[in-house]
Design a protein around this ligand. Structure first.
Ligand code: 4AD
Ligand code: MG
Length: 425
């Protein structure tokens, strides 16, 4: 069993250590072999001098190829010429699996790298992205646990659409039509009656016909739902949650690789809140023709969010722009809803709202929107048996990660991205 990781050896100067990992780089210089070893925690240079090592080990090191798995033993020494300021003076070198010629060369194209994602995910950059993804969930869980939210596990196979029919993936379910979940929201709404404050992390599926840099067909969806909270209360939860997620990342050293500073990840609460009407004015001033009533698409959000440095809320969207389950404002024209948008062109990371808790108002809205009520009877029951004010939201994990790591495309935020044009490997 491996017991020592590269990140641990800073405290082992002058000690003899054993490391396991993969060959990241390899070169020969002045009769000395230099192998850069990679493991999940970083890289370290191994220097192999013919005189300090048995012939077998030296031959192994000489023949070793990129991405071979290896075991090395040696003394940890400080050396300013090594990439990380530390190196191992090798005394033993064993090749565990001699890799075939690794297909990834410097300057490989994006599509090719996606075709061989099972190999390209070993890159240092993707490793850091995956770690940040894990960290934002750790920050989320920390906040959720500290504030007594209950984790629940809703189904992925569903019988009723949450976000409308246009992005539904349907499937044959023993001869009946079923769907892959777009959102756990409707189920979470039922779980607030026993548990009051609930959350889930599930994959959500969207048959997105739009090819943008921020749309996936499958993404990780963190959703919260709470009884006794209105639209304002839930916005406060949203910003605190996101701040906790960002803070967790700020405490990690991998951020500089993305040109981001730790301070960027400390959010100044409360975040700015602007009304939809105001957002519309900003967008229109930038020369984009958009009429009151439209939802903000990719282009509109890009224009708007380029005016901001920190995430911010846009609230009170027109009824025609959003979905039937939202609570109507007394003006009769807007919903008590809010989206949280990331700045600098990134756009929506959270969609949330207060929910319609009145049976009649909800049924009327469904009728006006032409929604067939049949598959929603169980959902309507929530308004029949002890209905309460309640609110919730959904956060796209990859969207948030994209902003945090300043990624060009959302697919880089996934282990195996699923988009309109890609389901492999
Ligand atoms: O705004 P959306 O569609 O809202 C809902 O699904 C609500 N039912 C959530 C709720 O209230 N429980 O999606 C929520 C978030 C978006 O803000 C975005 O971050 C992410 O999910 N998202 C996507 N992420 C990647 N690819 C896609 N195709 C996405 N569609 C939505
Ligand atoms: Mg949305």
């Amino acid at each position: 069993m491996k017991t020592l990781y590269i990140e641990d050896i800073n405290d082992r100067i002058d000690e003899e250590v054993e490391l396991f990992g993969w060959v990241y780089r390899q070169r020969e210089h002045g009769g000395v072999l230099f192998v850069v070893l990679r493991d999940s925690t970083g890289i370290i240079q191994i220097s192999i001098h013919k005189n300090n090592i048995d012939l077998n080990s030296f031959n192994n090191a000489q023949k070793v190829t990129i991405e071979s798995s290896i075991r090395v033993k040696g003394k940890v020494v400080e050396d300013s010429r090594a990439p990380t300021g530390i190196e191992i003076k090798c005394s033993e070198f064993e090749t565990i699996n001699l890799a075939e010629e690794f297909p990834i060369q410097e300057g490989a194209g994006k599509e090719f790298l996606l075709d061989i994602r099972h190999l390209s995910l070993r890159s240092l950059k993707l490793t850091e992205i995956m770690k940040n993804k894990e960290l934002i969930m750790r920050g989320a869980r920390r906040y959720l646990q500290e504030n007594n939210w209950h984790e629940v596990f809703p189904p992925i196979i569903t019988s009723a659409a949450c976000e409308g029919g246009t992005t539904l993936f349907s499937m044959d379910y023993y001869g009946k039509e079923a769907y892959l979940s777009q959102s756990a929201q409707l189920y979470l709404e039922t779980a607030i009656f026993p548990l009051e404050k609930v959350y889930s992390l599930t994959p959500s599926f969207r048959a997105e016909k739009s090819r943008t840099r921020r749309h996936l067909s499958e993404y990780q969806h963190l959703e919260l739902e709470a009884a006794w909270m209105d639209a304002k209360d839930i916005m406060k939860v949203e910003e605190e949650l996101v701040a906790s997620m960002c803070k967790e990342v700020s405490e990690y050293n991998g951020l500089e690789k993305f040109g981001r500073k730790k301070e960027d990840m400390i959010l100044d609460l409360p975040l700015q809140r602007i009304k939809y009407d105001e957002a519309l004015q900003i967008i229109q001033k930038k020369g984009i023709a958009i009429e009151w009533g439209s939802d903000l698409g990719y282009e509109e959000e890009k224009a708007l969010t380029n005016e901001f440095e920190e995430p911010f809320f846009v609230y009170d969207y027109p009824i025609e722009a959003k979905v039937f389950y939202m609570k109507q404002n007394p003006d009769g024209k807007t919903y008590a809803c809010a989206d949280l948008l990331a700045p600098k062109g990134f756009g929506e990371i959270i969609g949330g709202s207060q929910r319609e808790d009145d049976l009649q108002a909800l049924e009327t809205r469904m009728e006006l929107d032409g929604v067939d009520k049949t598959p929603y009877q169980w959902y309507l029951d929530m308004r029949r048996y002890g209905s309460v004010i309640h609110s919730g939201f959904g956060l796209g994990i990859e969207r948030l990660l994209m902003w945090i790591c300043d990624l060009e495309h959302i697919r880089d935020a996934c282990l195996y991205p699923r988009t309109m044009s890609r389901v492999e490997p």
